[in-house]
Design a protein around this ligand. Structure first.
Ligand SMILES: *[C@@H]1O[C@H](CO)[C@@H](O)[C@H](O)[C@H]1NC(C)=O
Ligand SMILES: *[C@@H]1O[C@H](CO)[C@@H](O)[C@H](O)[C@H]1NC(C)=O
Ligand SMILES: *[C@@H]1O[C@H](CO)[C@@H](O)[C@H](O)[C@H]1NC(C)=O
Ligand SMILES: *[C@@H]1O[C@H](CO)[C@@H](O)[C@H](O)[C@H]1NC(C)=O
Ligand SMILES: *[C@@H]1O[C@H](CO)[C@@H](O)[C@H](O)[C@H]1NC(C)=O
Ligand SMILES: *[C@@H]1O[C@H](CO)[C@@H](O)[C@H](O)[C@H]1NC(C)=O
Ligand SMILES: [Ca+2]
Length: 646
């Protein structure tokens, strides 16, 4: 096992070293200020609370049931040292950030960009955040030899998040700030906004999308192959069955087949588990990729979104059986779904390595929103110890699992607590591949490449979570301060949800670093990273694992009843997120001036917002009219036959 800082590897690549004495400002990414107290864990047993009977609500096809109770933390304290930012080596670049230095593997080629999107994965559902409940050795291998983002934010629900990801624009600026695009709503992400695959195509990339779209499909020109992707294999709507591809929205007629190749409905591989299907497709695209071009591959998993109300969570039996220790059956199946997702990541990384492409690749992994826990949306994610769930503006709905891996990252092996928003990926990716991010004029995203690559302070100092006047909720972050106002689901999901998964409440060594190290190093992704001599040492993993665990302050936990805040009563709630990531202690009464400052920040954003684009459902789009398929029905009503070009 070679240390990731291997000089010989660096020298072999002909990369010049720049020492910190050349003026690099390396930020100590200390986690939540100087000292951190570990809150710890609910007992495993307490995660297995009985499931209530779910009921579908019309509008969001969200399963909501009455369980807003607090998860009851049991706590114990420990302190940890600050993280030392770690800098491996630094590439030189000329004033223009010249391209020759950009491609590590092939000096003259831009790096491949592999964007892997998980759907609805919770903050506590990967082992690199410290939970041993669902081992994710492949993701861990990338996380520990890349950068883990611990203050990384997304929109609280699918469509808005994905539009921000692909356009670099905040949903309030594109009219996508409210809820998702349903299968029969005749609108899509506005065509005037250029998408990431289009930018990358302009500079010679082959561009491919596998999996979920959810940016609109009422007309074909809104669908992936008409918006910058050379190929598409996947589904247009928000979720589907993992085997038969049927997608049910609200009402019995809103049930249809949803699987396309390009613009055409495809019945190939019917009955194959979706995560496997997408993995095979990704591998085949990588293998047949013409290596004279750079590759942009987005694998947008169905996993781990729930499927249809009549069969919510699905995974192969062998994987489910692997989690027999988890008593709660929904959580057990969910764990198996995550394991399949992790396997997929390993398979794709291995294929990249087999094809000689990994050493010139950037891999980004992100969830699109926080986890739907304890039956929300019929799912069983965990955002522990964060508050709230998917489609709330609490940390549990917005603070996302995210990582970046690349041999191009000098400061690999660090946990970043710099503020990053999903809309930042577009300019960050353009910058990372040696393009000029200022091309993307008028966007909201900020180029984070130097911050990530060198471990520097983020240029982002504030971040709008959302302003949604239909729900009547809003939240903003300025520095360490977060202000929330208004809520969703009548405040039913304003508590803390999901199992901690930690072995016991007394042991703050939450997961044995040795186990994590062993599993990660034996995983397919781990082996591929070792081939490149970039795999970290066990002591490095031990250090990063502690830092990537979000910890909450016990004192605050104990005070939380006194310091509570009720969004449903219309109160403004103020939290110091760096000290209190669990949103225990409302400081609005103590700091009225800060409340006013953040209110004026919200006002500033509000003045730039555009009206929502949501439209009423159009019954003509129901699959019952279209051979039980979800279609671009508005085109089809105007045409005699199905055209297959944009
Ligand atoms: C925990 O929070 C309390 C109240 O804000 C603060 O006084 C204390 O210093 C914090 N402890 C740590 C270790 O940060
Ligand atoms: C790969 O692309 C290059 C440049 O576009 C082309 O010359 C070459 O023929 C292609 N190779 C294959 C196998 O298609
Ligand atoms: C079950 O878990 C073990 C140990 O983590 C692993 O070796 C095995 O491959 C898993 N089985 C499946 C079906 O993934
Ligand atoms: C990248 O990997 C490929 C395939 O293993 C190899 O041919 C190439 O030399 C490597 N490049 C570098 C810079 O290591
Ligand atoms: C804490 O738990 C870890 C992982 O299960 C274990 O390796 C370690 O020995 C435990 N430490 C103590 C003090 O019990
Ligand atoms: C209608 O759907 C069935 C599968 O349910 C498929 O076999 C058939 O080809 C479809 N017909 C048309 C005209 O698309
Ligand atoms: Ca989602």
């Amino acid at each position: 096992m070679s240390d990731m800082g291997s000089l010989s590897f660096v020298a072999a690549l002909g990369i010049l070293l720049v020492s910190a004495s050349l003026g690099l400002h390396v930020v100590s990414n200390n986690v939540f200020l100087n000292s951190v107290i570990s809150s710890s864990a609910r007992l495993e047993a307490s995660s297995d609370s009985p499931q209530s009977t779910p009921a579908f609500t019309e509008d969001s096809s969200t399963i909501v049931y009455d369980d807003s109770t607090d998860s009851g933390f049991q706590t114990q304290s420990t302190t940890w040292d600050d993280e030392e930012a770690f800098v491996r080596e630094t590439t030189t670049e000329d004033a223009n950030g010249n391209e020759e230095e950009i491609g590590l593997g092939n000096q003259n080629q831009r790096p491949n960009v592999i964007l892997i999107i998980a759907d609805d994965l919770g903050f506590n559902d990967v082992s690199f955040h410290g939970s041993p409940q669902i081992p994710t050795p492949n993701l861990d291998a990338l996380a520990f030899s890349g950068v883990i983002f611990n203050s990384y934010y997304v929109s609280p629900i699918c469509t808005p998040s994905r539009t921000a990801l692909f356009s670099g624009r905040h949903p309030i600026h594109t009219g996508m700030q409210h809820n998702v695009i349903f299968g029969t709503t005749p609108y899509g992400f506005p065509l005037e906004h250029k998408l990431l695959p289009e930018y990358l195509k302009d500079i010679g990339y082959s561009t491919h999308l596998i999996g979920k779209w959810h940016l609109g499909h009422f007309k074909r020109k809104y669908t992936p192959t008409c918006r910058g992707f050379d190929s598409f294999y996947g589904h247009w709507t928000g979720h589907k069955d993992y085997y038969d591809n049927m997608a049910q929205e609200s009402g019995p007629q809103a049930w249809g087949y949803d699987m396309r190749r390009g613009l055409e409905t495809t019945y190939e591989n019917f009955g194959v588990y979706t995560t496997d299907l997408y993995t095979d497709e990704a591998n085949s695209i990588i293998r047949s990729h013409n290596k004279s071009k750079p590759l942009f591959l987005t694998v947008s998993h169905t996993a781990v979104h729930s499927a249809n109300p009549y069969k919510l969570l699905q995974a192969p039996k062998a994987n489910i059986d692997n989690f027999s220790k988890i008593q709660n059956m929904q959580r057990r199946i969910y764990a198996a779904m995550v394991q399949k997702l992790d396997d997929s990541v390993g398979s794709v990384v291995k294929t990249l390595q087999d094809e000689g492409m990994l050493n010139n690749s950037i891999i980004i992994f992100t969830t699109d929103n926080g986890g739907p826990a304890e039956g929300f949306n019929g799912n069983a994610a965990s955002n522990w110890p964060l508050r709230g769930v998917k489609n709330t503006l609490w940390e549990g709905g917005t603070r996302a699992v995210g990582l970046m891996w690349s041999p191009l990252i000098s400061a690999a092996g660090h946990v970043s607590n710099q503020l990053i928003h999903i809309q930042d990926w577009l300019p960050t990716i353009l910058s990372a591949v040696g393009d000029d991010p200022s091309k993307a004029a008028g966007i909201d995203g900020i180029d984070m490449w130097d911050s990530i690559r060198l471990g520097l302070k983020s240029p982002r100092t504030e971040l709008l979570h959302n302003i949604d006047d239909l729900y009547g909720n809003e939240a903003v972050r300025v520095g360490r301060w977060k202000l929330l106002h208004g809520t969703t689901y009548n405040g039913q999901w304003d508590g803390w949800y999901g199992p901690s998964g930690r072995p016991n409440s007394k042991n703050t060594t939450l997961i044995s670093p040795e186990t994590v190290y062993n599993l990660a190093s034996q995983s397919r992704a781990g082996q591929a990273v070792q081939d490149l001599k970039l795999f970290p040492t066990q002591s490095k993993i031990t250090e990063v694992l502690q830092l990537s665990n979000v910890q909450c302050n016990d004192t605050m936990q104990l005070r939380k009843r006194k310091m509570s805040c009720s969004l449903i009563k219309g109160e403004y709630c103020l939290y110091n997120i760096e000290q209190d990531p669990c949103e225990f202690n409302n400081l609005a009464h103590d700091m009225p001036d800060m409340v006013e400052t953040l209110k004026s920040t919200l006002k500033k954003y509000r003045s730039s917002a555009v009206p929502v684009r949501n439209k009423p459902k159009d019954p003509k789009g129901l699959p019952i009219h279209w051979n039980y398929t979800w279609t671009n029905w508005v085109d089809l009503m105007e045409e005699d036959n199905t055209r297959l070009e944009c």
